[in-house]
Structure formats: C-alpha cells, structure tokens
Design a protein around this ligand. Structure first.
Ligand SMILES: Cc1cc2nc3c(=O)[nH]c(=O)nc-3n(C[C@H](O)[C@H](O)[C@H](O)COP(=O)(O)OP(=O)(O)OC[C@H]3O[C@@H](n4cnc5c(N)ncnc54)[C@H](O)[C@@H]3O)c2cc1C
Length: 289
C-alpha cells in the first residue's frame, strides 16, 4: 500500500493483510504490479476516447503500483498509449485469440461484407470495427479452422459461438444479409485458391471456408494492454522527473512504460516481463548485498 523512503532511498514497503499493516524493511524493491487496463477511470483520464470500453484484464489490474511509484516521485511515460484488442465477446467478457483469424476466420459486418485485412494490427482492426454498424463484427470460420486450433473447442463449450450447417442458416441466426455473406465467402475462397487477397491484401490465407458446420462469433474491441507506465532505464531502475534513478526502486512488466511504444505486438509482453524481470532481479540483488 506504500513504498517507504528514507534519505531519498527506498527503505521498504508497507503492506496490508486482513486489515493489519506490516512494515517490511528492504534496501531494494521490485514493483511488478501490472498495468491499469481494468481501471476504467484511469483509462478514460489518460485517453478519453476509451471511456466506456470493457476490458480483457482481470479486475486486479488497476494501476495501483503506478500510483505508489508516483507518490515517491517516479515519472510516467506514454500513459495515453492504451491498446484495444479487436476480438472480444463483451457480454462475458472473453478474448478470442488472434490465431482464429490467423487460421482462416474472416471478419464481416452486418451487411455480410469484409471491411479490413483481418491480420492488420490490433489498433487498425479495432478502429475499423467501430466504424461498422452496431460497432461490432462477426468472426466467420468453418470446421477446418476449428480443427486447426484447439482453443476454439473452448469457445464452443463456453457458448460463445453460433453454429449452422450452411451459410444461409448462419446468416439468419446472426442477423446478417445472407446473399452478401455467401457472395463474400465465395469471393474470399477464390482469393485463397489464387493465393491473393485482391480486396484487402491479407497475406495469410491458410484455408477456404467450405466445410460444415460453419461458425460465427460476434466481437468488438476492449481494453487489452497499457503500454504506458512508470519510466525505467535499461537497468530496470525507476526514474524521477529529472531522469535520475530513485535509489533502490526497480520495476518490470506492464507497470512500466516506454518499452513497447504506441502498439504492443502480440506475444511481446511475455518477453518484456521475462527480460526486465531478470534485469530487475539481478540489479536489486546486487544492491542488497
Ligand atoms: C486475456 C489476455 C491474454 C494475453 N495474452 C498474451 C499473450 O499471449 N502473450 C503476451 O505476450 N502477452 C499476453 N497478454 C499480456 C500479458 O499477459 C501481460 O502484459 C502480463 O501478464 C503482465 O505481467 P506483469 O507481471 O507485469 O503483471 P500481471 O501479470 O498483471 O501481474 C500483476 C500482479 O500484481 C498484483 N497487484 C496489483 N496491484 C497490487 C498491489 N497494490 N499490491 C499487491 N499486488 C498487486 C495483481 O493482482 C497481479 O497479480 C495477455 C493479456 C490478457 C489480459
């Protein structure tokens, strides 16, 4: 609940457990409390355009650690850079992995039309979805894609998918123009056969949408990752507003900012937490010797 300082150096932390407070003395501490993707107030404070968005994050990801570091003079960077994930089922909420698109799902709007290269970056796909009627879209794929990706079985079990034996039936279930959707899929299948997406230039065209049953999942964007956070240097030392390190204060992972710039690429958060976690651990250990 608080970082303790003495003579401008970290001297420990104050923690709370079952209503009781404890002081833990330490010459160095590592803050690894994650980002602020589940703190709706903080998200809209730094980026008002994202007011009202849902989140893929668990409810503990509230940016508390960032505030604790600010209280002892730590600086922050890139706080406005907040990533949305384009394929989230909001009601639950459940995130549908990018691999579903990678393995062959297309995204269509309520007119049954594709509107974007499905494998564009998260920010680009999210923005395109919000421009469609109803501010959402449908992932459409077939049994072959389901068989190629184990995760889809989980989505089916959770009841996130709608399913039908032909495209016309599926369109009725999801309320999408059936003729247009059939046209879209026929055209898309010809792109797969020719190895070229002449409409949107998508590079990955692993399979046609041909084998029943056919599936649809309604998706829209939700807050996924906060690229901004506390400022650190290459040693994972937290910096103050003058760019000087705060003695004994280290941070690693999503609590930090500036590592990913404006758009964290899928998979890179795990690299970030491992690389900077190791650096922070080694340096903090040296400091307490
Ligand atoms: C659904 C989902 C899927 C993802 N998939 C991928 C993926 O495939 N590849 C990838 O690279 N990244 C992925 N990410 C991003 C990645 O999981 C996160 O960036 C990463 O987990 C951040 O790790 P962290 O250790 O910094 O913080 P977290 O894992 O968020 O852990 C922070 C911990 O600190 C605790 N905490 C917070 N405040 C306090 C406090 N005041 N006192 C004590 N404890 C506190 C929290 O409860 C939490 O346990 C995904 C994220 C989500 C939400």
């Amino acid at each position: 609940v608080k970082i303790l300082m003495e003579n401008n150096k970290v001297s420990g932390v104050l923690v709370e457990n079952n209503g009781k407070e404890y002081k833990i003395n330490a010459k160095a501490i590592i803050m690894a409390t994650g980002g602020f993707g589940a703190n709706a107030d903080m998200v809209s404070e730094y980026n008002p355009n994202l007011k009202g968005f849902g989140t893929t994050n668990n409810p503990a990801i509230t940016g508390e650690g960032i505030k604790l570091i600010q209280e002892v003079g730590g600086d922050v960077v890139d706080m406005k850079q907040i990533q949305t994930h384009p394929t989230v089922v909001h009601q639950t909420p459940n995130m549908i992995t990018e691999s579903v698109r990678g393995e062959g799902a297309i995204l269509v709007n309520r007119d049954g039309k594709r509107f974007i290269n499905e494998l564009e970056t998260r920010d680009v796909v999210s923005k395109a979805e919000l421009e469609q009627k109803g501010k959402s879209a449908f992932l459409i794929f077939d049994q072959q894609t389901r068989e190629s990706l184990y995760a889809i079985n989980g989505y089916v079990k959770k009841g996130l998918t709608k399913e039908a034996n032909n495209i016309s039936e599926l369109s009725k279930i999801i309320g999408v123009d059936s003729k247009e959707l059939e046209k879209t899929i026929t055209k898309y299948n010809s792109f797969v056969k020719n190895g070229k997406d002449s409409d949107f230039g998508k590079k990955g065209l692993p399979r046609e949408i041909v084998k029943a049953p056919f599936y649809a999942i309604e998706v829209s964007p939700a807050i996924h990752h906060t690229m901004g956070g506390v400022k650190i240097n290459e040693n994972a030392e937290v910096l103050d507003k003058n760019g000087d390190k705060i003695q004994g204060l280290y941070a690693a992972g999503e609590i930090t900012g500036g590592v990913h710039g404006g758009n964290r690429i899928g998979g890179n958060a795990v690299t970030d937490i491992i690389v900077f976690g190791k650096i922070a651990g080694e340096n903090a250990a040296k400091e307490v010797k």
